[in-house]
Design a protein around this ligand. Structure first.
Ligand SMILES: [Zn+2]
Length: 95
């Protein structure tokens, strides 16, 4: 994973929060996504501009949940996929 982005980035306070429910035990896991840091550009001419892939483990049965979310060039979500669990109501925004 590339950690370094071109130029200094400010103290990014914008993040997205996803609540994921384990498909096995129902435990809710909250995942914070920092678009500045976590989104990977695809460099494709068509389709999503950014892709986020995350492996989430819940704290109850320790099952792995794979999440893949696609974003357009404005970092708006256009597609989401999950295996091993489901998305709960999404909270997004700043603090
Ligand atoms: Zn679980």
């Amino acid at each position: 994973m590339i950690e370094k982005l071109s130029g200094p980035t400010g103290p990014g306070t914008d993040y997205l929060e996803y609540r994921i429910k384990c498909g096995k035990c129902g435990e809710i896991v909250t995942v914070k996504v920092f678009p500045e840091r976590d989104l990977n550009p695809t460099y494709e001419d068509s389709g999503p501009a950014y892709v986020l892939k995350k492996e989430v483990m819940d704290s109850k049965c320790f099952r792995m949940i794979s999440v893949e979310i696609s974003y357009d060039s404005s970092r708006r979500e256009i597609r989401r996929e999950i295996s091993g669990g489901t998305f709960e109501t999404e909270l997004s925004g700043k603090k």
